[in-house]
Design a protein around this ligand. Sequence first.
Ligand SMILES: [Zn+2]
Length: 272
Amino acid sequence: MRPRAMAMALAAVVAVACAPQPEARPPATTTTTTTATTTTTTTPPTALPGPGGTTVPVFQPPYAFGTPQQHVPPTVDGLVPVVRRIETDRPYVFITVDDGAVRHPAALELMRKSGVEPTLFLNSKHVDGHADYFKTFQGAARVHAHTATHPDLTGTSYDFQRGEICGNADLLRGQLGAQPKLFRPPFGNFDHTTRRAAADCGFTALVMWTAAVNDGVVQFQAGGRLNPGDIVLMHFRTTFVEDFLAFLERCKLDGVTPVVLEDFLADRDAIA
Ligand SMILES: [Zn+2]
């Protein structure tokens, strides 16, 4: 190829590279009639841009959150019931976020954009002095109890357990205006004394879990997917964004919608 032809060929390549995107070109047909249409769409978004260039899956509430759906099991012989999963055949799951050790700045944004209202099991030691942060979750999450100092309660005295549980409830009420009714024992460890102390402190259920999110991976206690009624555990950690998004993506994949745990553990007089 002679130098001049080479230059023209290169110019043609550059021109193509700089051409408008194909979809911006006019249609090939010459008899196009343009009809002005006003399209009003009510289709909700299925995803929104999130923190750090992430994409946040969006869920539509399948019922009005805050409306009781099922009763909590009864307290029998002064012992709160132990709830490991929610008995439902509706395609719902429940997300819980524990402790409060890392006050992640993107947590509220993720909850609001996804339309998911988690249950937060918070320790006094993480809330005390940081109430302003945890108050921002009002209307976006539900606050429940996880003890004052996060000890292993098993085998400890009634007075000790009652102090940890009632004291935590008092602090959450006083500093956050919360109304804690659900209790999660630290490490998932409890005994009869725990269930009795929780009942005496006004709690209606001790809540465990069936799946957990760690380092951006959802881990199942049984099976390889989320199933209706699963309760998922995660924490306020530096990996909050990865963990929460992993949970949301897993829900989409498995065809389940996260809903509000306390709606399915409603007080026994809360449903007509
Ligand atoms: Zn914990």
